[in-house]
Design a protein around this ligand. Sequence first.
Ligand SMILES: Nc1ncnc2c1ncn2[C@@H]1O[C@H](COP(=O)(O)OP(=O)(O)OP(=O)(O)O)[C@@H](O)[C@H]1O
Ligand SMILES: [Mg+2]
Length: 336
Amino acid sequence: MSDSPVSVHNPNEGQPQDEGPSAAQQKQMEQAYAQMKRKMSMQEIGKKIKHKIMVLSGKGGVGKSTVSTGLALSLAQQGHKVGILDIDITGPNVPKMMGLDGKRLHVEGGRIHPAQGHLGVKVISMAFLLDDDDTPVVWRGPIKLGAIQQFIGDVEWGNLDYLVIDFPPGTSDEPLTVAQSLPDIDGMVIVTTPQDVALMDSRKSIGFAESLKVPVLGVVENMSGYTINGKSAPNSTVEIAGPGGKSISTQADDEGNFSVVVDIFKKGGGKNTAEEFSVPYLGALPFDPGFVRGGDDGVHRIVSEPEGHSAKAFSEVVAAIQEQIGASESSSLEII
Ligand SMILES: Nc1ncnc2c1ncn2[C@@H]1O[C@H](COP(=O)(O)OP(=O)(O)OP(=O)(O)O)[C@@H](O)[C@H]1O
Ligand SMILES: [Mg+2]
C-alpha cells in the first residue's frame, strides 16, 4: 500500500475526466492516508518511548508473559514509567496477570488509551477486544498484522521510559511486524527453561533476532531452582529427597532454619545457550508457585511479595538488561 494518496493508481488515466474519484478510489485514498498517518504516529511514538524491549522464546509455555509482566513491574518498582504491549492475539494473558481481567480499552479522539494495571503499568492487549476468554481468535494473516500495526500506531502511550512487548511463541509474523513498524527497538530478551532442549529452541530465536536485525540483549533462564525453606533442630544436618530421589543435604543454622535450592528440572539451559551463541546471560528466575497463583488471582508475585525472592531475582535481571541497553536505574526523564 502506498504512503500517499497522490500515488493512488487511476484506472482512467489518459481518458477525459469530468467526474471525481470513484467510490473504490476514494476508499483507497482514505486507506493510504490512514496508513500514512499511522506511520507518522509510529515514528512519533518511537520518540516518546525511550526503551523498547521485545520478549521472545522458541517454545511455548516457558514463561514469556510471566517474564514480560515481571520485568515491567520490576522497572515500575524502580520508579520508571512503563507499558506492556501484549501481541499474543490467540492467547493473550497479560491482562489477567496485571489484574485487568475483563477490562475494556478507552478510545478518545480516535486514539486508544491503555488500561492501567499494578504499579501504574500501562497495558494494551488483544484480550481487551475479545468478547470472552473462551472464544479463540482466528484471523487471517493480513488482518492480524493490520491489527498489530493499529495497536502500535493508534495507542496513546504518552511518555514512557520502557515498553515491554510480549509475543506468542516461536518465530512468527508478529515480531517481524513489530520490528518493522516500531523504530529504535533496543533489543530482544530470550526466555528459556533450564532443560538441554531449551538450547535447540533458543537457537531458532537467536537466528530469528539476527534476521530481524534486532540485537539480542540476552537469555533469561526461567523456572530455575525451587527454594525450600524449613525448620529443624539447631545446627542439624537436613536431608531432602530431590528429583529422582537424589539426596540433597544442607545444614540448619543456630535457630534451626534451613534453606535449600532444588533443581526441579535440569540446570544451566540459559547459561549454556548464552555461552554457545556468545550472547549475554541475564540471570535466572526461580521456580515459584506464586507465579501460578498470581496468574489465577490477578495479583502478580512482584506485587504480592515486593521484597520476596522472585522480586529480587527480577531486579537482578532488570539490572543486567539495563547494562546491555546502557540505561541507568534512576533515570526517568520527562519529555515535554
Ligand atoms: N518461574 C516460574 N515459576 C513457576 N511457574 C511459572 C514460572 N514462570 C511461569 N510459570 C507458569 O507457567 C505457565 C506458563 O507461563 P506463561 O504464560 O508466562 O508462559 P508463556 O511462555 O507466555 O506461554 P505462551 O507460549 O502460551 O505465551 C503459567 O501458568 C505460569 O504461571
Ligand atoms: Mg504468553
